[in-house]
Design a protein around this ligand. Structure first.
Ligand SMILES: Cc1cc2nc3c(=O)[nH]c(=O)nc-3n(C[C@H](O)[C@H](O)[C@H](O)COP(=O)(O)O)c2cc1C
Length: 235
């Protein structure tokens, strides 16, 4: 597959056919994903292929907890769990999560997470993260950059085999319980759950903001950089 096509059409796929994904195909995807970058090339990612129906269902339940809270915050016009959020406003929004849970459709991706063809738990060894911003007096995020490129590589690699999927993070709201289910050691964190399968819909060009909307020259408040997209709209 052409790189430009893969980069501009690899969206989040949450609906899959009933076709199984062979272990050999999954191994090939992981074999390509492992070439992702990480700080100091520490490669702190660990992957658990979750096949056991009871563990899958348990993870789905934990995921749903965060998912309904996410929807409640979205309904209140918030960016869910933003590090800069007003916690009182956020808590008030989350109080409506049970109402959202009650109205949820049993056919949604979240409700059927345990049924996806491939369910991966992405775990990271905290001892392998070069979290350069760890000691700053603000939310630390550099460590995450040593694991999520692996997830993205994995989703791009999946394209090579006509597979699609999505990285999800809702279950990390219940990380302690999720890690207990999976036997993850205390010095490791749950970075997310990844669903993979044969997508029902086709790949098409994604919707993203233009370069000039997020790029400036010589300073944050400088003039916009970028005159318009050169990526063909036919992709
Ligand atoms: C860090 C991260 C966390 C995400 N968590 C979830 C999630 O918990 N559940 C979900 O359905 N999608 C999740 N997504 C997928 C995003 O919703 C998706 O990438 C975004 O909406 C863009 O979708 P598109 O590529 O199809 O345009 C996550 C994506 C990222 C990068």
């Amino acid at each position: 597959m052409e790189l430009l096509t893969a980069l501009t059409t690899t969206g989040a796929f949450r609906e899959f056919t009933s076709d199984a994904v062979a272990d050999a195909d999954l191994e090939r995807v992981l074999d390509i994903a492992r070439f992702a970058p990480s700080g100091g090339n520490r490669q702190g990612w660990r992957v658990i292929v979750v096949k056991d129906p009871a563990i899958r269902r348990g993870l789905r339940d934990l995921y749903l907890d965060g998912w309904y809270q996410y929807l409640a915050q979205r309904a209140a016009g918030l960016t869910p769990w933003s590090p800069t959020a007003d916690r009182a406003v956020e808590a008030a929004a989350i109080e409506h999560a049970p109402d959202i849970a009650e109205a949820a459709s049993p056919d949604d991706f979240s409700e059927r997470l345990h049924e996806v063809p491939v369910l991966l738990a992405l775990v990271v060894d905290l001892g392998e993260l070069a979290a350069v911003d760890r000691d700053l007096n603000r939310y630390s995020f550099v460590g995450a950059a040593s694991v999520y490129p692996f997830a993205w590589n994995l989703l791009l690699a999946a394209r090579e085999l006509d597979l699609g999927g999505v990285l999800t993070t809702m279950a990390t709201r219940r990380e302690t319980d999720a890690n207990a289910l999976l036997g993850v050691p205390a010095d490791h964190a749950l970075a997310g759950l990844i669903a993979l399968g044969h997508p029902v819909r086709t790949f098409s060009r994604l919707t993203r903001a233009e370069v000039s909307s997020f790029t400036t020259i010589d300073g944050f408040g400088g003039p916009a950089f970028g005159a318009g997209s050169a990526v063909p709209s036919t992709l």
